[in-house]
Design a protein around this ligand. Structure first.
Ligand SMILES: Cc1cc2nc3c(=O)[nH]c(=O)nc-3n(C[C@H](O)[C@H](O)[C@H](O)COP(=O)(O)O)c2cc1C
Length: 269
């Protein structure tokens, strides 16, 4: 694996599901490459920093795909809103927020929590460039907030995926699955590859809780929209929270604009 990386030098290398050896990290850093690793708790983030990794990806419970937990049996299931500020306070390397972010409001929130950047997976699944089948692309954009679940059914390691017939049938058996990655051999045989509507009942589709927030388009369009939405979200918050010159010392009171005719229509404090 390390040899392959040296042959195809990427500019960024990201580790998931734990850390590689210190020797491998040193070899990658010697090449000048930027090395990232995922953490799902403050303890894992501290281990990432101690290993000499450049950037930590804080993955919240909302995220689609495999949970980045170091130990598959120990998942604290921490949501992004709690995880990011605690990791930001605990480490001195940059933190990238991942999980449940699908628009500019989510990006603005992650930046407000102290993240230096964001990582989006699910939001890109329905884009033109995504390798997902047409049926899966159409399913992701109609998914509801309650449509995903974390299970070991797909690979033997916990992953957030779409609930469907096969996942629901396997959920009660969670303790009995083969260890990662042997479970993949079993599930691969279950999956239909024809992309038809009914086959989605037997596909393991890695979606996060934000599935349904975005619909088709190209990846560059999505990126442009995300930048635009983030700018708008930040601008709206700043406008809302900037004291007007007449009452710069006023203490913000929730619902004040409803209680007072005087300031109704001017939502600034
Ligand atoms: C279909 C899919 C495949 C993924 N594959 C990987 C992967 O190979 N390596 C990795 O580090 N993270 C992978 N992830 C996780 C993302 O890096 C990221 O943590 C997650 O997508 C962020 O949450 P979101 O899906 O809510 O945006 C994958 C996510 C999805 C949805």
């Amino acid at each position: 694996m390390l040899r392959l990386l040296f042959e195809l030098p990427p500019s960024v290398i990201s580790f998931h599901l734990g850390l590689p050896s210190l020797e491998m990290i040193a070899a990658l850093k010697e090449k000048g490459w930027c090395v990232l690793a995922t953490a799902t708790t403050v303890g894992e983030a501290r281990a990432v920093e101690a290993a000499g990794i450049d950037v930590v990806v804080a993955q919240g419970w909302e995220a689609g795909g495999h949970r980045g937990v170091f130990n598959a049996k120990l998942d604290a299931q921490i949501g992004l809103l709690s995880l990011v500020p605690q990791i930001v306070d605990a480490v001195s390397i940059p933190v990238i927020a991942a999980g449940g972010i699908a628009d500019g409001r989510g990006i603005a929130a992650a930046l407000a929590l102290g993240a230096s950047g964001v990582q989006l997976g699910t939001a890109f699944l329905s884009t033109k460039e995504s390798g997902a089948s047409d049926a899966a692309k159409s399913r992701v954009s109609t998914a509801k907030d309650t449509d995903t679940v974390v299970s070991r059914a797909f690979s033997g390691r916990p992953a957030r995926l779409l609930r469907n017939r096969v996942v629901d049938a396997l959920l009660p058996l969670d303790e009995e699955f083969l260890e990662f990655p042997r479970m993949l051999e079993v599930t691969r045989r279950l999956q239909s590859r024809n992309g038809s509507e009914t086959s989605l009942d037997f596909e393991f589709l890695l979606f996060g809780q934000s599935a349904g927030m975005r619909s088709a388009g190209s990846a560059p369009e999505l990126l442009n929209n995300l930048v635009h939405e983030t700018t708008e979200a930040v601008r709206d918050i700043v406008a809302e929270w900037t004291p007007s010159p007449s009452n710069a010392d006023a203490i913000p009171v929730m619902g004040a604009e409803c209680a007072s005719d005087e300031i109704a229509g001017d939502r600034r404090f």
